[in-house]
Design a protein around this ligand. Sequence first.
Ligand code: NAD
Ligand code: TYD
Length: 349
Amino acid sequence: MDKKILITGGAGFIGSHVVRLFINKYPDYHIFNLDALTYAGNMENIKDIEDKSNYTFIKGDIKDIDFINALFQKYKFDAVIHLAAESHVDRSITHPNDFIETNVLGTANLLNAFRDIWKDNLENKLFYHVSTDEVYGSLGKIGLFTETTSYDPQSPYAASKAASDHLVRAYGNTYGIPFVISNCSNNYGANQFPEKLIPLFINNIKNNKSLPVYGDGQYTRDWLFVEDHAIAIDEIFHKGKNTDTYNIGGFNEWTNLDLIHLLCKQMDKKLEREEGTSAKLITYVKDRAGHDRRYAIDANKLNKELGWKPSVTFEEGLSKTLDWYLENEDWLKNVTSGTYQDYYKKMYD
Ligand code: NAD
Ligand code: TYD
C-alpha cells in the first residue's frame, strides 16, 4: 500500500462521498474511516464500499484522547482528511458545548496525535482540514469571501470551526505539520441528514408537511453539489500547496425563497402533482437567532491554480438529488423515525 489515509466523519454526508471517491480512485491507498456514528453518521451511506480491500471502518470518537493516541500509534497514518464535526447551526444554538467539544477539542486531539507520531519525520505527511465558509461571517448585498477575508464567525458552529482552523494553522506554524484547509459553501446531494434545508424540505413535501421558512426567506447561500466538493478535496489533497487555504464554492447564489420555489417546482413534476401544490406548503416561521444574511464564495484560486470547477448546474444537481431521495425511501424513513421526531417537535412545533 502506498499511503495510509485516515478520513474522519466518513459515515456522514460529505465524508461518505469523499471516502467513496478515494477508495474507488486510489486502490493503492488504504482508507481508514473513523466515525463515532452520531445521529448524523449512517453506515447505510457507505454500504456499497464496506467490502473493499483497501478500506477499514473504525467506530470511535475524536473526543477520546486515549483512543485517538492509541489509534495513531497503531496505524501511523501518513495523512488525515478531517471532516468529523457537529455540523448543524440550529443544534449549535441549543447545544453549543457539543460543538466546542467535537469541533475544537476533537481537532486538537487529532493534531496532537499526528504530531506525536511524525514529529521527527514530517516529510510527505499531510493534515487536511475540511472547513466551512461560515467562519467568515455574513456578507452584505455585495462582495465575496476570499481566502484572505477576516474571520468573523457568528454562530457557535461557525466559531467552533473557526477555532479549529486556527488550531490547524498554529500547529503548522509551531510544529511544522504540513497542512491544507478548505472552506466550502453549502453542500447538497445524496445522504444529507434531513435537518438541513434541502433534504428537510424534500421530506416535508413528500409528506405534505409545511415548509418552515425562517424570517423573510431572503437569506442567501452559495450551493455546491456534494460530489463536486469531494472532487475539490481530492484535487487539493494531491495538488494543494502546503499551508495554503482554498475556498470552494458553486458560483451559485440563491435566496432561500427562490431556491425553495425551484425545489417545489421540481418536486411537483417528479411527484406528478399539479404545479403550485408544493409551494402552498411554504410557511414563514420565527427566524434563527443570529442568522447570517448572505454567504458567497470566490472560488477563483481553486479554479485558476488547480483547474477545479463545478461539474453540474444547480438545476441538474438538484434534480439528481431529488431523484436520490425519492428512490431511497427506506434511507429517509430510517433516519426520520425515532429521535428525529423529537428533534423536529422541539425545533418546529
Ligand atoms: P455531517 O453532520 O453529515 O457528518 C458528520 C460526521 O461526523 C457524522 O458521520 C458523525 O457521526 C461524525 N462525527 C461527529 N462527531 C464525531 C466525533 N466526535 N467523533 C467522530 N466522528 C464524529 O456533516 P457534513 O455536512 O458531512 O460535514 C462534514 C464536514 O464538512 C464538517 O467538518 C463540516 O463543518 C464541513 N462542511 C460542511 C458543509 C455542508 O454544507 N454540509 C459545508 C462546508 C463544510
Ligand atoms: P442550513 O441548511 O441549515 O445551512 P446553513 O445554516 O449552514 O447555511 O440552512 C440554509 C438556509 O436555510 C439558512 O439561511 C437557514 C434556512 N432554513 C430555513 O429557512 N428553514 C429551515 O427549516 C432550515 C433548516 C434552514
